[in-house]
Every structure is written in C-alpha cells, then in structure tokens.
Design a protein around this ligand. Structure first.
Ligand code: ADP
Length: 368
C-alpha cells in the first residue's frame, strides 16, 4: 500500500512538473511592513492567488489602481512554508535530471534574501527556499535509495563587478570541515559539460544533510561579509548563487542522470541616479544594470526563439547558460516592498515581472 502511495505521489508530481516545463514562472511576493510601521501608507491595494493590485497616482490608470498578473502571488502574511509549497515540484524535478533556475528579483530591502535564505536570526519556520530545497532533495534521496543512488553537491559563488568569487574557499573548508564534508577540488572535471559551470576552480562540496548545508552557507556568508567595507553592504550589490548538482545512478541499469539547480539572490534592481553617485558606487551600479539587462536580453531572445542567445554578455548569464532555455525550468520570485514611498520601484519591478511572465520558453533553441 505504501508503495502504491509513493507511485501515486510521483505521478501527481510528474504531472505538475510537466505543467511547469518550458515556461518561465513568475511568483510575486509582498514583504510585510517592518517594526510596527503597519499604519504607514501602502501602495498595495490587494493580493489574490495570481495577481497584485496597487494603488497608483492617477497618471498610471483611470481608477488609480492597477493589477498585475503572475503565476502566483503571495501577500505579506504568506509564510515561508506556503511559499515553498508552490516551489516544491520544480525542485523535485532536479532529481529527475532537469536543470532548474530560481531567481530572487527586486529592489534592495524587498525581501529577496528572506525568501531564499531567511532572516538573520534563523528559526526553523523561517528557513528560506535554499534550505528547504536541499532538505527536500535529501528526503527524496532517502525515499528512492532502493532504486537510485544520488550524490548531491553544492557550490556557492558571488558575482561582484563582473568578477566571480568562490564563497566556499577551500582554506576555510579544510579548517572547519575536515571529516564529514568531502571536498572536490576539480569540479569542472567532475561535472564538466553537463552542468555548464564556467568557474573551473570553484569548490564543489558534497553534502548529505541539512546540517552540512547550514554549515556551508554560514561559511559562504562569512566569506561574503569579509569583503564588504563597513559602509558598503556588498550583499545588495552583488549576485549570490547557490548551485546544487545532483548525480543519480540507477541501480538496475547503471544509467547515470544529472540535474542541477541554481538558486540566485540577485543584486538590488533599483535604478541608481547616476548624477548622485561616483567612483566605486557608480561602477557597482553600472555592473548591476549591465548584468540584469543581460539577463532580460537572454530571456527575451529565448522567448523570440532567436538563433543567437547573448549569454556571453555578462558573467551572470554565462554562469546560468545551461539552466536557461531549452528543457530547463526557470522560476523568478519577484519581490516588492509595501511602502508607498517605494511606488516607483514597485511599478517598475511589477512591469518587468509581468513581461517575463508572458514569455514562453517552450520551443526555444539553445545556442551554445
Ligand atoms: P533584500 O534581500 O531584498 O535586500 P531582505 O530579505 O534583507 O531584502 O529583507 C529586508 C528586511 O525585511 C529583513 O530584515 C528581512 O528579515 C525582512 N523581511 C523580508 N521579507 C520578510 C517577510 N516575508 N516576513 C518577515 N520579514 C521579512
């Protein structure tokens, strides 16, 4: 009976996964007001299952309201578990050999890191998508162990000013995790073309439990913080990418399948007024604009089925090349802040999100 149930569950999941294929899905999430600011003016009129309506100054619409439609919308009271529940089928498909890409997009402070990782002081309820995703993969790994033997490993990278940095530097790893984490120095060799990772020296670390993942992510966050100057919160101006590689061996046939998942916390999407910044800050802003624009260009050229997809235009799109387009599945979590003062950014974010949501990647030809 138990087996029947598993089969049925798998079939249900398979159907859900088929639904997800070939599209970019867009989920939109509204951050709650922080620290007792509930009485402040908000730009969010209401949120339902698949749309968000915002209050706008009259120039944006007759009624002073405008609705935006997505695959799924989450209001400010949605829990981490609810958000994850709608992401789960996609994540599970990694174990069936799919390449998956999940982005968090939005202006700084809109809740990207909260969705992907969680708040600074983590509680179990508030664990973000990253931890839950890996927890789920471990769970299924156990469940399927009679038929498939899976190896799961992770990489953690940062892209800052068009430079890619390994956040799991081996120096820190060797000191901290000598025994229970296996370190593969030569990840490119291990997973070469299948996963398209263009950072040959980046460490790929095999993980077997959520505890491993928490340890590694703490190390990654520490490495990331080290390079931030006191005044500059670098995390909002760099992209961070947790990549999960899965290799499964079917025990009867010996067939190997590979899947991968990129979980990307993008740099803040806010437009920086060029007249107000100079020096490093201007350089950062230009790099962010360039890479977010490159991401948009890749997505639209996949959508219009162009033969040439401009992956090479930024480090971000190069890194994600094999997980965008073709049979890959992409989910964009778009975040907005509820404050009325954020309205201009909110509208620009929602417009971007709606444009992405209408894109079909189905028959797109991937030009490698
Ligand atoms: P971003 O990564 O977009 O810059 P953060 O994730 O750091 O934004 O969110 C800004 C602040 O709001 C943080 O203190 C975070 O914990 C809090 N926050 C964001 N989203 C939520 C949420 N859904 N529920 C509770 N707190 C949230």
């Amino acid at each position: 009976l138990g087996y029947q149930k598993v089969l049925e569950e798998n079939r249900k999941l398979y159907n859900q996964v088929q639904d997800l294929k070939g599209n970019i899905r867009v989920y939109c999430r509204v951050r709650p007001f922080l620290n007792g600011q509930q009485n402040n003016m908000t730009s969010v009129d209401h949120v339902d299952h698949g749309s968000i309506t915002i209050v706008t100054p009259s120039k944006y619409g007759k009624e002073g309201k405008k609705s935006f439609t997505f695959n799924r919308a989450f209001g400010s009271t949605a829990t981490q578990a609810e958000v994850f529940a709608d992401t789960q089928p996609l994540i599970r498909s990694v174990l069936d050999g799919y390449n998956v890409c999940i982005f968090a997009y939005g202006q700084t402070g809109s809740g990207k890191t909260y969705t992907m990782t969680g708040p600074k002081e983590l509680t179990e309820e508030e664990l973000g998508v990253n931890y839950r995703a890996l927890g789920d993969l471990f769970f299924l790994q156990q469940q399927r162990k009679e038929t498939i033997s899976y190896e799961i490993s992770v990489q953690m990278l940062e892209i800052y000013n068009e430079q890619v940095r390994d956040l799991l530097s081996s120096e820190g790893l060797n000191k901290r995790y000598p025994l229970h984490v296996y370190l593969y120095q030569n990840c490119l060799y291990l997973h070469s073309s299948q996963n398209g990772i263009n950072v040959p020296d980046a460490n790929l670390v095999r993980v077997t439990s959520t505890a491993d993942v928490i340890n590694l992510m703490n190390l990654g966050h520490k490495n990331r913080a080290v390079s931030a100057t006191a005044m500059n919160d670098r995390s909002s101006r760099s992209h961070s990418c947790l990549t999960v590689h899965v290799q499964g061996k079917e025990l009867t046939s010996g067939n190997i399948l590979r899947g991968s998942m990129h979980l990307v916390d993008l740099a803040g999407s806010e437009r920086v007024d060029k007249s107000e910044v100079t020096g490093d800050r201007l350089k950062e802003a230009q790099h962010i604009n360039k890479s977010l624009a490159a991401l948009g260009d890749v997505i639209s050229s996949l959508a219009s089925k162009n033969a040439h997809v401009p992956y090479r235009n930024s480090k971000l799109t190069q890194l994600l090349q094999d997980s965008l387009g073709g049979q890959a599945k992409t989910l964009m979590f778009v975040h907005i802040a509820p404050e009325y003062e954020a309205l201009v950014e909110t509208i620009s974010t929602l417009k971007f999100a709606e444009r992405v949501a209408t894109i079909e990647l189905g028959a797109a030809k991937v030009n490698k």
